[in-house]
Design a protein around this ligand. Structure first.
Ligand code: M6R
Length: 607
């Protein structure tokens, strides 16, 4: 999703901005641009496609220089992918970059056109530019102009702003879109994500909603929206942070699939000791944990599939009713939060706008008992809004298609469920030791599933040539079927759908023919006979089924792939591996842009 890097330094800022844009590439974008100020003149360059196109254009300009500037990667929301719509947007006095959506832009645009402003792009962002101009024309104050933007716009924004007559300041303001400010002795920077600037800053600050930051070479001043100076505590950057590469693999997603056994060791590290689980983050909230009577889990996409699987665990293991609600729906439904509800948000990035909004809403209503975020990015927005955070410790996930974040979320959810059960004394001894013993085996089991996944290679050709594939499962594996279908469609662009297997005969069976492969997730458990009946129904109609199971069956048109034995509780985690593998290998054969699939973004920071 859109990414901002901007700042002011003692030297030419272009290389820092370009480097920052490259580090934001993983978020997903379709065009990029840069605007510099020098001698009270703006220089502006924009390109569609990759940042390297922009880099090439810059290299062709002999005098592209400035000590302050704004740079941006755009993920289109309003208006097609084009140079005109790419940011920065410049007017007579201002240059801006925007991440977010201005919801009332149509009304504002109409008013501004009447006042004589000539819009050059189709974006919602351009209204901000002319609100600034209009306000500056009457007040002569950039600060007042920014206050007017806050007051007049509805929606979300993270903004970088420079004024043509002031080469000493870059301004910033945000609401409901992420923004981080960084500084060193002689440079101040801002970015949508700390990745973009952490190698060249010493301290970072998170800007709150409607707070304004004034960035100068020697430091940053923070203001409330009504102009009072704000003191903010800086967070020191850990310079020993991992530098993420592909580890010898061709794609990040591939690396992220294969590193899962190691990642899970990290997720479990220092949390499983001898015969118990210790989530130290929960220590302050033991009283609340004892009181939990209901659970709500809010999330999007893959994280939502982890939530759906966790629902079965909450209900089957702890007997606690658990509701899973898609974050984008949560905000617009009647909130019926029950007594003593634990509110959980699941998010890899911690920046997903829908999930963050749902969390902010529940915080406003304050009807829940406790909010826990399960997140992979420390310090991101969702953890900062939560009572406590359980980090998944999966390391940076770069591939847009989520893999290791999903499996590590599930491992954390199991540890959380165990910990709640212990506080409520609702787990018997047998279940206690079953969960711990199983979790200890998880890394090795994941390794076995990775090895077994190569048996799918012969099926990949079938998938490559199909236009549609179906995924089925029952209970937790119905949720996992959704994840399998999402993985395939997002990176291979093959239409795929998922069903709870028992639902097939209520309509979807009409889709079955010899050209539509069905992937059945059918571990050998108490529901195996049920799902196998559904498989028979498909085979009877000439459907082709790939069955993933620890039971091997020989039947015409059935490709039965034997999966390793594994404790039942770990199966939803382990069976996700062959599904990831299948999607990855199919996409590779199709030659798609696996790490950055078309139209998608890693961090979905708009609603
Ligand atoms: O960062 P989050 O977990 O909140 O992201 C939620 C979804 O956008 C994300 O899981 C998305 O569905 C993935 N691309 C799926 O692979």
């Amino acid at each position: 999703m859109c990414g901002i890097v901007a700042g002011i330094s003692e030297k030419n800022i272009t290389p820092i901005l370009l480097e920052g844009l490259k580090k934001l590439e993983y978020r997903g974008y379709d065009s990029s641009g840069i605007s510099l100020l020098f001698d009270n003149e703006f220089s502006l360059l924009k390109e569609t496609g990759k940042v390297k196109n922009l880099e090439l254009s810059i290299s062709k300009e002999c005098s592209f220089f400035g000590k302050l500037g704004l740079a941006h990667t755009r993920w289109s929301t309003h208006g097609k992918v084009s140079k005109e719509n790419a940011h920065p947007h410049n007017s007579k006095n201002f240059s801006i970059v925007h991440n977010g959506i201005i919801e009332n832009y149509l009304g504002l645009k109409g008013d501004l056109i009447k006042k004589g402003y000539d819009f050059k792009s189709e974006t919602d962002s351009e209204v901000i530019l002319y609100i600034l101009e209009e306000s500056y024309k009457s007040s002569g104050s950039v600060f007042k102009a920014i206050q007017d933007v806050i007051q007049k716009t509805k929606g979300s924004y993270a903004l970088g702003i420079i004024h043509r007559k002031n080469e000493e300041v870059v301004w910033s303001v945000k609401k409901d879109s992420p923004l981080v400010i960084g500084k060193t002795k002689d440079m101040s920077l801002m970015a949508s994500d700390k990745n973009a600037i952490d190698s060249c800053t010493e301290e970072i600050y998170y800007l709150g909603d409607n707070e304004i930051a004034k960035l100068e070479k020697k430091g940053v001043t923070f203001f409330t929206s009504d102009g009072k100076i704000l003191y903010k505590e800086g967070i020191k950057i850990d310079k020993n942070q991992e530098i993420v590469g592909k580890g010898g693999f061709e794609y990040f997603m591939e690396k992220e699939i294969y590193e899962q056994p190691e990642v899970i060791k990290n997720t479990l590290k220092n949390r499983i000791k001898k015969e118990s689980i210790y989530l130290d983050e929960l220590n302050r909230y033991k009283r609340e944990l004892k009181k939990i009577e209901n659970v709500e889990i809010i999330s999007c996409g893959t994280s939502n599939h982890a939530a759906l699987i966790s629902k079965y665990w909450f209900e089957n293991i702890l007997n606690i009713p658990c509701e899973v609600i898609i974050a984008s729906e949560y905000r617009y439904k009647t909130l019926l939060t029950r007594k003593n509800t634990l509110f959980i948000t699941l998010s890899q990035s911690g920046e997903t706008a829908d999930t963050l909004s749902a969390l902010k809403l529940i915080n406003e209503k304050n009807k829940h008992l406790l909010s826990i975020s399960v997140c992979n990015v420390e310090g991101s927005s969702i953890p900062r809004e939560s009572d406590l955070t359980l980090l998944t410790n999966a390391g940076k996930e770069i591939g847009v298609a989520s893999t290791k974040a999903f499996t590590s979320q599930l491992a954390v959810m199991l540890m959380l469920i165990y910990s709640i059960g212990r506080e409520k004394r609702s787990l018997d001894k047998e279940m206690n030791s079953y969960i711990i013993k199983s979790l200890k085996k998880l890394p090795i089991k994941m390794e076995e599933f990775l090895n077994a996944s190569t048996s799918l290679d012969s099926f990949i050709k079938t998938l490559e040539n199909t236009t549609s594939a179906l995924y089925i499962g029952r209970s937790e594996y119905g949720a996992l079927a959704m994840e399998g279908a999402l993985k395939l469609k997002e990176i291979s662009y093959i239409h795929s759908e998922s069903f709870y297997a028992g639902e097939l005969k209520h309509g979807s069976l009409a889709l079955i023919d010899e050209n539509t492969p069905v992937i059945a997730i059918a571990p050998f458990n108490e529901l195996f006979d049920k799902i196998y009946s559904n498989i028979e129904e498909i085979l009877a109609r000439n459907g082709k089924v790939l069955m993933l199971s620890d039971k091997h069956i020989i039947s015409e048109n059935l490709i039965s792939i034997k999966m390793p034995e594994c404790p039942e509780i770990l199966k939803p985690i382990c069976y996700s591996i062959p599904l990831q593998y299948l999607a990855f290998k199919t996409a590779k054969l199709k030659g798609t842009d696996i790490d950055k699939p078309r139209n998608l973004a890693k961090s979905v920071t708009v609603e």
